[in-house]
Each structure stands twice: as C-alpha cells, then as structure tokens.
Design a protein around this ligand. Structure first.
Ligand code: SIN
Length: 310
C-alpha cells in the first residue's frame, strides 16, 4: 500500500505537494480553491503590515522555459491572513502563513500577532523577495539575516521556517547553513525563491516583457530546476536537524520525485500552478505515484535524500 504522506512540526500532510507562496493564495477565494484541491497543504501570499497593490502591470510573463515576475508583494495585509488562519480547518490540511515584513520591526510585529492567537499555522518567513525596489533580499546579507533570525526566534518562541533565495557558491551554502544551525527554532528552510533580477527580452518587439524595474524580475520554472535541486540538497546535507521544503521548476511528478530524492520533505509548485490552476495537484500527484510504483517505493522515506553521487 503506497503512502505519500509527510509531516512537519507534528502536522500530517496526506500529500507532499502545496503551492509556492505568491501563487493562487492572495484572496480567501484562492485559498479555498487550494483547500478543495489535491494539495496536501497551502501557504498564504507573503504578507506585509499594510495591504499593498504591488508593482505596475504587466508584472508577470510566461516564457517558453518558465516565467518572470516582479509582483512587488501585492497582498491584503497580515491581518487579513490572520483572520483566514482563524477560520482555517486544520484537521483537513496544515496551513502555512508567509510573512515578508519590509523591516525587522514589521516581522517582529507580525510574528507576535500570530503567536498571540495560539493557532497551529506554520510561519514561513520570506527573506528572499527580489522585487521590492530599494529593499535588497535579506537572504543575501548573511549577517543581517542571522541577527533577524535570532530576534524572530526570541520573539516568536515557537518553531518556524525561512524561505531562502538561491545560493550559487559552496562557501555561501556553508555560511548560511551555519547560521541556520545556530537557531534551533528554525525548523525548516524553503529552497528556493525565484532567481532574482533576471531579464527576459523579446526579439520581435526588442523589449523587456514586464514593466517594473526596467524589466528585471525573478525567474521560475524550467530555468531554475537544477539550482533548486542543488539548494535543497546542499541544505539537506548541511542541516540534518531541519527539514527542507523544495520549490523551483516543478511541473510534473518527475520533478517532485527529484526534489524528494535530493532531500525535500514537502514540494511547492509556483509557475506551473500559475499556468494550470489548482487542478494541477491531482495530475502531478498521479504522475508522482506512478513513478514511485514503477520503482517499487512505498513511502517517501524509502528514497528521501538518497540521490546517488558518482
Ligand atoms: C513578489 O510578490 O514580488 C514575489 C514574492 C517573492 O518572490 O517572494
């Protein structure tokens, strides 16, 4: 009997798939559609203190190999997601809440507000949005990220997770892992956010394809799969007491299998969900189960983190 369930912070997910924050999760309607889908869990759009309209449109464009976006954190403000968290049916699926304060003070205010509710929602603190003009990604300032993680852990006092940008150098994997391992309450890391500040150009129009930041934006989809797998595996190897959530380049059961083989406990889907809608979870689950069946695996534990090296 095949079991594809997984677990995080004592909460069970029937299925390891969920949305990536930012995709199909801004409004209650979208969140409810994820609740009705085959996803094992769901995460809300990264929240700031105040409601934000985000960057000017067009701010997302599909490309042959994925997507580019510079959304700029359009969201309803953290109180909206806090109200949603109060209504959520935790018996049905765990709920992740993504927070992307524009300052440490904002993040502290939001984590305290969630702490006060005593709700079992799981916080994913986003240190990796590349799209807010004038706000660099905290994940690339390792000392500032370390200070922020300690302050957040102290204020929240409960386990939480952090969404990281992609790293591209072994020295950076080592440094970031040391920081993460120094904060016991960091229970999980989500790898990766989009590869930030890329530029997609259309030959015919001789133009960039999105409006904000002169066309610079985060890329996702096929472009990022190998980088995502490298980051998942790098942190899986270096942070044995933490769980890794894989995100990046997933569009079928095949990439889900690869993320788990590299060490992911849960797998998030962004660009493909944006393009296909929540029905995708049923298709991808079926494809993933077919791969497990073909290989004779009965549970995720049978192959998680067991990617072979030469
Ligand atoms: C955005 O809203 O710009 C995307 C969020 C993110 O990349 O974290």
């Amino acid at each position: 009997m095949m079991d594809i369930s997984t677990e995080l912070l004592g909460q069970n997910l029937d299925n390891p798939l969920m949305n990536a924050s930012g995709v199909h999760c801004r409004s209650y309607k979208e969140l409810e559609e994820l609740m009705s889908s085959a996803a094992g869990s769901l995460v809300t759009k990264s929240a700031t203190i105040e409601r934000r309209m985000g960057n000017p449109e067009p701010r997302y464009s599909a490309t042959p190999l994925g997507s580019i976006n510079s959304m700029g954190l359009p969201n309803e403000g953290y109180e909206y997601y806090l109200e949603y968290a109060k209504k959520h049916d935790y018996k049905k699926k765990p709920l992740f809440v993504s927070l992307a304060g524009l300052s440490l003070e904002d993040n502290l205010k939001m984590v305290l507000a969630f702490k006060e509710t005593g709700l079992p929602c799981i916080l994913e603190v986003n240190f990796s949005c590349p799209n807010v003009p004038g706000k660099p990604q905290l994940g690339y300032d390792i000392e500032a990220m370390e200070r922020a993680l300690h302050k957040i852990a102290e204020a929240y006092g409960k386990p939480f997770g952090v969404k990281l940008p992609p790293y591209f150098d072994i020295a950076h994997f080592d440094q970031v892992a040391e920081v993460l391992n120094g904060v016991e309450l960091v229970e999980f890391v989500t790898c990766i956010n989009s590869i930030g500040n890329a530029l997609v150009v259309d030959t015919e129009s001789e133009s960039v394809v999105i409006k904000p930041k002169n066309g610079f934006g985060g890329i996702g989809g096929d472009y990022v799969l190998p980088t995502a797998l490298a980051n998942v595996n790098a942190f899986y190897r270096r942070c044995p007491k933490k769980k890794v959530i894989g995100c990046g380049g997933v569009k079928s059961g095949n990439e889900v299998f690869q993320h788990i083989l590299c060490g992911a406990s849960i797998v998030q889907i962004g660009t493909a969900l944006y393009e296909e809608g929540p029905e995708l979870f049923e298709r991808v689950t079926k494809e993933f189960q077919e791969i497990m069946q073909r290989k004779g695996y009965n549970s995720l534990k049978d192959f998680r983190g067991k990617v072979k090296t030469m």
